[in-house]
Design a protein around this ligand. Structure first.
Ligand code: ADP
Ligand code: MG
Length: 442
């Protein structure tokens, strides 16, 4: 491999955003990566690991805080001239036909109308939308809309095709069809792009499509592993070698080294250990399944059985681990004693266990309980906690964290939230409150 094969070179890229309180949110930390001619590279990571941010930096839509991005040796200064993007949300103009949507980018590049039309029709044909040139987006299924999304990018004949979770808004079968189609096009002569960079949170998708998988860890996003996938395409998902790769990457994503900085739940601050995006009901469901499987289960198996994507289970597993209901090692989840009691107890006892664990081990729930205990009448404005959270989270994430903590606290009968006056109030009816209050003030 010579350096001339390198189409895109990312060196030491970091990115920080400024929080509402003026403090720094570091999203990407010293990323190095290269895209070479002829390869498909997957950026794989959990939600919030900075994948979309990195892809937007590669596309030149936003600039890095530090580091450089070079396309064919030249440092980017604005939009990357060799790249086109496919978005998860399709992002089509509803008032334009398929053909006009596909031609948009060409018009922006001052291509003459006759040439625009010719190239758009060719792209539409290639992506399997022949006959739908004059349809409007609302007349198309999700899968067909995303085909328009692909055509709109490919018509620009970009060296680099960048895709941000392009299949994740589609149902399972449609996504599978479109992935197969992409593999077929990539192998063919007519495909205009020389390299593909695919952002995904779906391990199987990465192993199915990529020559190299770069695994991103979160907080801040950094590359924690690189895995070469040397099997020829099309790949067989049922092959043992495919499974082995999925398991290996799964282990990396759940491994301790993913979050070496995560402090222990019982001492962490709410911003250092965010609440996983899981409902108490979903958490209880997962714990029950693991219990039924003999208190120990292989997560990819559970996902398969439920027809879930593996990564849909991540937040539930994280929540179980945070609350001390389960431990996770190399893709296996095992219930603790407390986890087993949580699932076998009657509903009141089970809630009591949840409350105890959440109050000690879920940092934001603990912070809220302490705040309420220190208040004059067991009641505080939710915006008080929201302001605190905004120091470490983006506004949307801060709100999400508070909503989760309210959800957990309600289920645990620790406190309730009144939307009309924005007040969080310790639950006075629950006996838990008395006990808790004693413990808080002790
Ligand atoms: P992913 O695509 O892996 O889910 P993102 O790149 O979208 O991750 O976001 C990574 C983190 O950066 C998230 O915590 C998100 O809230 C934050 N973030 C992204 N864009 C902005 C922005 N414009 N301002 C503040 N925070 C942002
Ligand atoms: Mg994203």
């Amino acid at each position: 491999m010579t350096t001339s094969d390198v189409l895109l070179d990312v060196q030491g890229v970091s990115k920080s955003f400024t929080g509402t309180a003026g403090d720094e949110l570091r999203v990407l930390d010293r990323i190095d990566l290269q895209l070479r001619e002829g390869e498909v590279v997957a950026l794989l990571g959990r939600s919030g690991s900075g994948k979309s941010t990195l892809l937007r930096i590669i596309a030149g839509l936003i600039g890095p805080t530090a580091g450089t991005v070079r396309y064919r040796g030249a440092a980017l200064n604005g939009a990357n001239p060799g790249a086109a993007l496919v978005f998860q949300s399709f992002a089509l103009m509803p008032w334009l036909t398929v053909q006009d949507n596909v031609e948009l980018g060409l018009a922006a590049r001052n291509v003459a109308p006759a040439e625009r039309s010719r190239r758009a029709l060719a792209a539409i044909d290639m992506i399997g939308l022949d006959g739908f040139e004059s349809a409007y987006p609302k007349e198309l299924s999700g899968g067909m809309r995303q085909r328009v999304g692909f055509a709109r990018a490919l018509v620009l004949e970009p060296d680099l095709l960048l895709m941000d979770e392009p299949f994740s808004a589609l149902d399972v079968l449609t996504a599978e069809n479109l992935r197969t189609e992409l593999v077929r096009l990539w192998a063919g002569d007519a495909f205009p792009s020389k390299a593909v960079c695919l952002v995904t949170h779906n391990i199987e998708e990465a192993v199915l499509l990529a020559d190299r998988v770069l695994v991103l860890g979160a907080n801040p996003g950094r590359i924690i592993a690189e895995i070469a996938i040397e099997q020829p395409r099309p790949r067989d998902k049922r092959a043992a070698s495919f499974d082995a790769l999925v398991d290996q990457i799964y282990g990396l994503l759940t491994g301790r080294d993913t979050e070496p900085v995560a402090p222990a739940p019982d001492t962490a601050t709410p911003t250092a250990r965010p609440l996983p995006d899981a409902s108490p009901g979903g958490l209880a469901g997962l714990v029950e399944l693991v219990y039924a499987a003999g208190r120990r289960a292989d997560l990819p198996d559970i996902a398969d059985e439920l027809n879930f994507e593996l990564d849909d289970l991540f937040p539930l597993v994280d929540a179980a681990e945070l609350l001390g209901l389960a431990t996770v090692e190399a893709g296996d989840v095992e219930l603790t004693e407390i986890g087993a009691r949580f699932t076998t107890a009657d509903i009141q006892e089970s809630k009591r266990i949840f409350a105890e664990q959440a109050r000690h081990r879920a940092p934001l729930v603990r912070t809220i309980c302490k705040g309420l205990a220190g208040s004059r009448d067991g009641s505080l404005k939710a915006s008080f906690f929201l302001d605190l959270l905004r120091r470490g989270f983006s506004p949307a994430d801060a709100r999400r964290q508070l909503d989760l903590a309210i959800d957990w606290g309600r289920y645990a009968e620790l406190y309730d939230y009144d939307k009309d006056n924005d007040q969080i109030t310790a639950d006075p009816a629950a006996e838990v409150y008395q006990a808790v209050r004693g413990a808080w003030t002790a």
